[in-house]
Design a protein around this ligand. Structure first.
Ligand code: CTP
Ligand code: ZN
Length: 160
């Protein structure tokens, strides 16, 4: 399967490889990260490729970008199986499995339109506790309302 991947896209020099994305979710991952951001972030999207660990997976390779921990957290909402590989001078210098944090702040919006965190005049930053990983359920710390994976995808204008 290594051959399969390398046939599609060559190795990158400096940047990030987001590997082991659940098949079909590469576009959701790039959307939630706000990619592509410009010419300096040359990128490759590989979808429905074979893998030994997962039957099929997606991969996103981005040159010239090292993700922040906040961005890694955002990926966990869409692709909880993803591995983040930081590449420097062609070598993977850091490999990290994304983790859904127990507490989120400011990344996503509460699903309740009347929540204080959604009122324009308020400055309440959205805050959530993780209720369940599978299915993904977050609970708003202001209004207690649950926010689901579908709400998050909708918020970023993506679906599936
Ligand atoms: N990769 C890349 N460019 C590099 C180095 C690695 O595009 N210069 C990609 C590889 O193609 C692979 C991912 O980054 O998709 C992780 O690389 P590596 O750790 O070498 O592969 P594996 O050992 O197969 O990773 P894992 O065990 O996480 O599956
Ligand atoms: Zn709320």
């Amino acid at each position: 399967m290594e051959v399969d991947k390398e046939l599609l896209v060559r190795k990158i020099k400096d940047g990030t490889v987001i590997d082991h994305i659940p098949a079909g979710n590469a576009l959701n991952v790039i959307k939630i990260l706000g990619l592509p951001r410009g010419k300096e972030n040359r990128m490759a999207i590989i979808m429905y490729t074979s893998s030994s660990k997962m039957k099929l997976k997606d991969i996103v390779k981005v040159e010239g970008l090292e993700l922040t921990s906040r961005e890694v957290n955002m990926i966990s909402l869409i692709a909880p199986t993803a591995t983040i590989n930081i590449v420097r001078n062609y070598v993977v210098v850091k490999k990290e499995r994304v983790k859904i944090p127990d507490y989120f702040e400011g990344i996503i919006k509460c699903s309740n339109p009347n929540c204080v965190s959604n009122l324009e005049r308020e400055t309440a930053i959205p805050k959530f506790r993780l209720v369940s990983k599978k299915p993904l359920i977050l609970r708003c710390l202001y209004c207690e309302r649950h926010t689901y994976r579908e709400d998050i995808l909708r918020q970023f204008g993506i679906g599936r």
